[in-house]
Design a protein around this ligand. Structure first.
Ligand SMILES: Cc1ncc(COP(=O)(O)O)c(C=O)c1O
Length: 395
């Protein structure tokens, strides 16, 4: 038998999804599972988008252009102009979710063996996608005690192999929103050392303290070293549609990403149809969503902080937090919650924290929690977590 590829074997299972069979088994036993393991919002997808799908009346479901349909591209270019980022059409590529934008951006810019610096903990799929591409992630440690602040001095992380920095702002999984000073330090570092900066801004609108931070695309000095990953998944509760985009002023990366896009033919047509309706949404569309998440955040964080031995920082953005639990092994605890625990017929599913760290050994007593359910359910989910912790530690 031929061997399996080393790169395929290096891809870890997703910490967000690997316990799903246990959740399915719990549901089969009649237990209701509160899914705090995955960033799947319960917010209604705007009706204008759902209606667009119903009124589709083409006789052929055809391929679209590799870079996206004209209608969606116009919508996205308008959206960017609205946030102070005028783009020319060749600077934007429609992708199959932000996931594909990360993949294409990294593939176009990085060779196997190149190093990318990423604040740790990080969105777990960065680790998987880097493994596929043979790119080495060097984790830049951040910690709950100071709210996951970034270093102001990046020089200690520089080696000859470093080719870029990847930032997620607001951050999944920590909920950190980086200050102007923190961002300036990264900007100065990448310019000083001629590096790429990958900015994952898929949670751009989800900021709960102060004004929305400007996109890094508004920083002229970054010029063609910036690659921005964006997605409609969270912004419009369109996760299942699979649509996002890659934005860069780097003509070489844009052209490379386009060649990759041509190799996968086109982004999904229906997703683009839905996404193109974003122009019909009211200017204050995000205000209500933002308030909803702010309240949910406070319910979850207040409940966690009241649990003995739990350490958590109040997230400033996105809709996640990392919580340190008083357990020996957070994955064993997450399994226990699904296999052996229920309270009034309910249990809570969380994502084991270790999978969000590139640094071996970190996150073993942490979980990532997504506050994506309504307030009543979140309260119940937190009560299950509190009682589950007691039961786990007394077993
Ligand atoms: C930080 C971050 N980037 C990218 C993605 C990819 O999202 P999608 O492929 O659905 O656009 C996600 C999804 O959770 C995310 O949290």
């Amino acid at each position: 038998m031929p061997t399996l590829s080393a790169r395929g074997l290096a891809v870890p299972p997703s910490p967000i999804r690997k316990l799903v069979p246990l959740a399915d088994a719990a549901k089969a036993r009649g237990v209701k599972v509160f899914h705090l393991n995955i960033g799947q919002p319960d917010i209604e997808t705007p009706a204008v988008m759902r209606d667009a799908l119903r009124s589709f009346d083409e006789k052929v479901v055809a391929y679209s252009p590799s870079g996206g349909t004209d209608a969606l591209r116009r919508t996205l270019l308008d959206y960017y102009a609205g946030i102070g980022v005028p783009l020319s059409p060749d600077q934007l590529l429609v992708t199959t979710g932000g996931s594909e934008a990360i993949h294409f951006g990294m593939a176009a810019a990085m060779d196997p063996g190149d190093v990318i610096l990423v604040p740790d903990p990080m969105y777990a799929n960065y680790i998987s996608l880097a493994a596929v591409l043979g790119v080495t992630i060097v984790p830049v440690p951040t910690k709950v005690e100071d709210g996951y602040r970034l270093p102001l001095d990046w020089e200690p992380y520089l080696t000859p192999k470093v080719k870029g920095v990847l930032l997620c702002n607001p951050s999944n999984p920590t909920g950190a929103v980086y200050s102007a000073d923190e961002l300036q330090a990264v900007v100065d570092f990448v310019i000083r050392h001629d590096l790429y900066l990958f900015a994952d801004e898929v949670y751009r609108e989800f900021v709960y303290e102060g004004p929305l931070p400007p996109s890094l695309l508004t920083v002229p000095a970054l010029g063609d070293r910036l690659v921005v990953v964006d997605s409609l998944s969270k912004r419009y509760s369109l996760c299942g549609a699979r649509v996002g985009c890659l934005v860069t002023r780097n003509a070489g990366i844009a052209a490379g990403a386009m060649r990759l896009a041509q190799a996968r033919l086109s982004p999904p047509l229906f997703a683009q149809l839905l996404g193109s309706k974003a122009t019909a949404l009211a200017a204050d569309y995000f205000d209500e969503t933002r308030e909803t998440y702010r309240r949910r955040r406070d319910i979850v964080v207040d409940a966690l902080q009241a649990m003995p031995g739990v350490v958590v920082a109040r997230p400033e953005g996105a809709f996640y937090c990392m919580a340190r639990l008083p357990v020996d092994d957070a994955e064993a605890f997450a399994r226990f919650m699904l296999e052996s625990f229920s309270h009034e017929g309910h249990t809570t599913m969380v994502a084991p924290g270790g999978g969000f760290y590139a640094q071996e050994g970190r996150g073993r007593d942490e979980v990532r929690i997504a506050y994506v359910l309504d307030e009543g359910e979140l309260r119940q989910a937190m009560e299950c977590l509190r009682l589950g912790l007691e039961a786990y530690n007394n077993r």
